[in-house]
Ligand binder design. Structure first.
Ligand code: AVI
Length: 319
């Protein structure tokens, strides 16, 4: 893998300080909550990978099937001499579906989980020796920059997995607007967005029988204990996930089983029976709702594809 100025991970201490500050603020708040971005340490990223393999979790395999069907068309829309920029690269697996069809001039993986990203991009570089592979540690919930060469290949951002759904709609608009600004004019965006559907399908997807999503949710508590020295009982909290139709989102919570305490950073947090820490929102959109969101962030919707059951959508937009 080529080294660039952006091949720098976050300092561990800074990461820990950020987690501590967010955890204290989230535990003091009512209702209590923590940002889902803290799920993705190395163990969390691996658990998320395992979620994607669960039979109930339809988004990954459905998006992969759509991508397989549309990749030649995407290559035509994107044209030659592109730089494929994968947002939230993680396992960098879906992008392999596109690489052969697109034959891009380069690949830039951008993800918050630095160690995992590095491992994945190193593997990608080994498997595609002709490809110029780079990695950038990016937290796109904040202002960010991408190491793009002015006058270089035209960027095509690839934002799979409906990760945009983990932001509240106003934040999602801001993320897309920042992405549009970072990409510059004339760039493309290929983005996977989970669709609104029968709540029974959604509830099953976030409550897999093997308990992998529950372990993913509990990983937040393990991080507080292992990285911040919190005193808590992870088994004292139960995984709760359900579709909230009024808000158009799946919510994940950690619900206190009986009264208990968490001690963190010299503060004591008392939980009543059933009180929850809200750990994630996963918004679902109709095609039209997402196109409106894209427009409001500076993107022009060009094309959209869904699977035959209309579980998932993939949008192509341009700046
Ligand atoms: C990454 N993100 C799109 C996943 C989702 O479906 O919202 C995270 C996830 N949470 C529970 N299962 C999967």
């Amino acid at each position: 893998m080529n080294e660039t100025a952006h091949d720098l991970g976050p300092a561990d201490d800074a990461g820990r300080a950020e987690l501590l500050e967010a955890a204290l603020a989230g535990l003091r708040a009512r209702p209590r909550g923590l940002s889902p971005k803290f799920f993705y340490d190395e163990r969390g990223s691996r658990l998320f990978d395992a979620i994607c393999e669960q039979p109930e979790y339809y988004p990954t395999r459905t998006e992969m099937a759509i991508l397989e069907t549309i990749r030649a068309e995407v290559a035509e829309l994107a044209g030659r001499d592109t730089l494929l920029v994968e947002m939230g690269a993680g396992a960098a697996r879906k992008v392999r579906l596109l690489l052969d069809a697109l034959e891009p001039a380069g690949y830039l993986g951008a993800d918050i989980s630095w160690d995992f990203l590095r491992e994945c991009t190193e593997r990608l570089a080994a498997d595609y020796p002709w490809l110029d592979v780079r990695a950038a540690c990016v937290d796109y919930s904040r202002d960010f920059d991408l190491p793009l060469d002015p006058g270089g290949p035209r960027p095509l951002a690839f934002f799979p997995g409906s990760s945009i759904g983990n932001f509240h709609p106003e934040e999602a608009r801001a993320v897309l607007a920042r992405l549009a600004a970072a990409l510059g004019t004339g760039a493309g965006l290929l983005i996977g967005v989970d669709l609104k559907k029968d709540p029974a399908i959604l509830n099953a997807a976030y409550n897999d029988a093997a308990g992998v999503t529950a372990a993913f949710n509990h990983n937040l508590l393990l991080r507080l204990r292992e990285e911040l020295g919190a005193e808590l009982d992870p088994d004292g909290f139960a995984h709760r996930a359900f579709y909230n139709p009024d808000a158009g989102r799946v919510e994940m919570h950690l619900a206190s089983q009986g009264p208990q305490r968490i001690e963190l950073g010299g503060e004591l947090f008392e939980f009543e029976d059933g009180e929850t820490i809200h750990t994630e929102c996963s918004y679902k959109y109709t095609v039209e709702e997402f196109q409106d969101l894209g427009r409001s962030a500076g993107f022009a919707p060009r094309r959209v594809w869904t699977d035959p059951e209309e579980l998932f959508s993939v949008h192509y937009l341009t700046t």
